[in-house]
Design a protein around this ligand. Structure first.
Ligand SMILES: [Mg+2]
Length: 239
């Protein structure tokens, strides 16, 4: 039986040291002529289109398709530059490379992305940290402003690769915010949370995560999650 593991990007796999925010802000200023367009706009766990729409609404900018396209082009150019800037909180998070390597070795696991990043942004970020090659497919920000809409999209991608997903309980959604947990639960999937993105473990647990890891360095415990469907009496909390 195949298991599908869908990873969020920012705060879950990597920290970009603010590169994403800086690139969004620079693009906003270049395209709309407004500085600090994203100050105070919540970003964690939200999709790029939702974040952009909030910033545009606040600045009184009317959205249209050509403006959104040029914003995205400028954003991706600036992101490629900003990813090379040195920063304090920047890098692959603890245990991520080891966990992805272990999962990629398993014949019964399909690795995918479920991220609010637009696909070009996710790719730039993960290529920068040499993680992009792990992922067979994914669902991205341009495919739905509502994160909850992205789990079914990701599963369609997986099934398009000839993998039958027998039950949503065979799908693990791994993320660092309550919105990641919510999108998993809304699809009947298993919500696995990690507290490396700034949201405290207690908040992630309250949101309904089945397991909350302090970081992803406990590869063996993560791999043991794959054996079940999350409905067993849980002995994985508090370890
Ligand atoms: Mg995140």
């Amino acid at each position: 039986v195949k298991r599908v593991v869908l990873f969020d990007v920012d705060g879950t796999l990597v920290l970009t040291g603010g590169a994403g925010v800086r690139a969004m802000s620079r693009a906003f200023e270049e395209v709309f002529g407004i500085a600090r367009g994203f100050d105070g706009i919540p970003m964690a766990g939200r999709t790029d289109p939702l974040i952009l729409a909030a910033a545009m609404t606040r600045s009184g900018i009317v959205s249209d398709e050509s403006v959104l396209t040029s914003f995205r082009e400028v954003y991706l150019r600036r992101l490629a530059e900003e990813l090379h800037q040195p920063a304090l909180r920047k890098g692959v998070l603890p245990g991520v490379s080891e966990l992805l390597t272990a999962l990629a070795d398993r014949q019964d696991v399909v690795l995918g992305l479920l991220t609010g990043n637009v696909s070009g942004g996710a790719r730039l970020k993960l290529e920068h940290f040499n993680l992009w090659h792990f992922f067979a497919c994914g669902a991205f920000g341009e495919e739905g402003a509502d994160r909850n809409a992205l789990v079914p999209v990701a599963l369609e991608r997986v099934e398009a690769r000839g993998v039958r997903v027998a039950s949503p309980r065979h799908v693990l959604v791994v993320g660092d915010t309550p919105l990641d947990v919510e999108c998993a639960l809304s699809a009947g999937a298993r919500a696995i949370a990690v507290a490396t993105g700034g949201t405290p473990a207690s908040i992630l647990r309250e949101a309904g995560a089945e397991v909350v890891f302090p970081d992803l360095s406990d590869t063996q415990t993560f791999l043991r999650l794959l054996a079940g469907d999350g409905n067993e009496a849980s002995d994985s909390s508090g370890k």
